[in-house]
Ligand binder design. Structure first.
Ligand code: ASP
Ligand code: MG
Length: 428
């Protein structure tokens, strides 16, 4: 008998039919003899709708009340799922994040988990019940207020529970059959990966692949929780994310131990480019600029500094930030313009980032050449470049991103004949 944590995303529980389908799925696992803990997201686009609603009431919602509002989405799903399981002859009990012992810090909207004490969940499963937990939320230890963990946070709830309960596997159910070599909504000929290392998955998630929350992957890697990403609409085997390179538990016999050079291509339209123009070219100015950005709590991704024109004594520094954090970053920079002494700021939201990820890049020369040649053939103008050991990323114009993704995907031989199935969801 195993303990399985199953997480169902918004598109899997988008209406009554979906909730009933998920209930059947959960009961199948339970009736096969395993213990099940379920984590649910809000139904469909509920979280976005709640955000829209709040913005119609006020542009400046207090963070505490925003979390009270957003956490209600997951509570709707958990209660309905418990009812559906009951109606199908099972016994289920639902818990909010705080009832399930998800203790976080006090940062509303992006709370981090500090402790997981799921004693009520444990008692429920010991009594033979199916425990259902509302994703993406917890309670602050200091303030006792309800917190949420950032968009997509239910994945992290599921992994944190799996780790705390010592579960055998954490299954993430979604609207596609697993992790693909590119977003199948953009590249229909993308192929499903049978397995991907957590190292590659971290890079893919950090590069905009929305299928898994970045923090969920980090958490799973840290605590050695095997993740299985699969569809709630089919019974196909999905993608296994292997927590560490030494962990070959799910390799099938006869399968090559060496990984392919490239795992996949991720894209991201959620960032904006900020260019600080005419920065005095003397030591300490970059530190001042990024100090200001850090003070505004904005996360920087790519950074480019141009070579200053001889004699001008000035340089331009460009970087990308999430669009949602862009406004605060700009305001903070403008306030510091006098003291830092730069000439101007440019801001561009019409950018897209493409990232090629693969653990095999380390030991295979020529990857960069193939990559840039593919972009050249597709007529893509590259605006910024950054790399890690196992990733190359570029920024281009937002309108050109899909073309760029297709070109790179094809150049690395990642296309298949079969069309990927997207079972649901709006991709919103
Ligand atoms: N409902 C939240 C969101 O839409 C959390 C989640 O789905 O994981 O971001
Ligand atoms: Mg999600």
């Amino acid at each position: 008998m195993s303990l399985i944590v199953q997480k169902f995303g918004g598109s899997s529980v988008s209406n009554a039919e979906g909730i009933n389908r998920v209930a059947t799925r959960v009961l199948e696992t339970k009736r096969a003899g395993d213990d099940v803990v379920v984590v649910v997201s809000a139904m469909g686009d509920t979280t976005d709708d709640l955000l829209d609603l709040a913005s119609q009431v006020t542009p400046e919602a207090p963070a505490r009340e925003m979390d009270m509002l957003l956490s209600s989405g997951e509570r709707i799903s958990m209660a309905l799922l418990a009812m559906a399981i009951d109606a199908q002859g099972g016994t289920a009990v639902s818990f909010t994040g705080s009832q399930a012992g998800m203790i976080t810090d006090a940062l509303h909207g992006r709370a981090r988990i500090v402790e997981v004490s799921p004693s009520r969940v444990r008692r429920a499963i010991d009594r033979g019940m199916i425990a259902i937990v509302a994703g993406f939320q917890g309670m602050s230890k200091d303030s006792n207020n309800i917190t949420t963990m950032g968009r997509g946070g239910s994945d992290t709830t599921a992994v944190a529970l799996a780790a705390a309960l010592n579960a055998d596997v954490c299954e993430i159910y979604t609207d596609v059959d697993g992790i693909y070599s590119a977003d199948p909504r953009v590249v229909p000929s993308a192929h499903k990966l049978d397995r991907v290392s957590s190292e590659e998955m971290l890079e893919l998630a950090a590069s905009g692949a929305k299928i898994l929350h970045l923090r969920c992957v980090e958490y799973a890697r840290r605590f050695g929780v095997p993740l299985h990403v699969r569809s709630s609409f089919s019974h196909h085997e999905g993608t296994w994310i292997i927590p560490s390179p030494d962990d070959k538990i799910h390799l099938q016999e006869g399968e090559p131990l060496e990984q392919p050079i490239v795992a996949g291509v991720a894209h991201d339209l959620s960032e904006a480019k900020v260019t600080v123009v005419g920065v005095p070219d003397i030591p300490g100015k970059a530190a001042e600029i990024f100090g200001v950005i850090a003070g505004a709590n904005a996360n920087i991704d790519m950074i480019v500094q141009n070579v200053s024109t001889a004699g001008s004594g000035q340089t331009d520094i460009s970087f990308t930030v999430p669009i949602v954090e862009g406004k605060d970053a700009l305001a903070a920079l403008r306030a510091a313009q006098g003291s830092i002494g730069f000439a101007d700021i440019e801001y561009d939201e019409q950018i897209g980032k493409l990232s090629l990820v693969g653990a095999g890049m380390r030991s295979n020369p020529g990857v960069s050449h193939t990559f840039f040649e593919a972009l050249h053939q597709a007529g893509i103008n590259v605006d910024m470049i950054s790399t890690s050991e196992i990733r190359i990323s570029i920024v281009t114009h937002a309108d050109r991103l899909a073309t760029a993704v297709e070109a790179v995907h094809k150049a690395f031989g990642l296309d298949t004949e079969e069309q990927a199935t997207v079972y649901g969801g709006t991709g919103r």
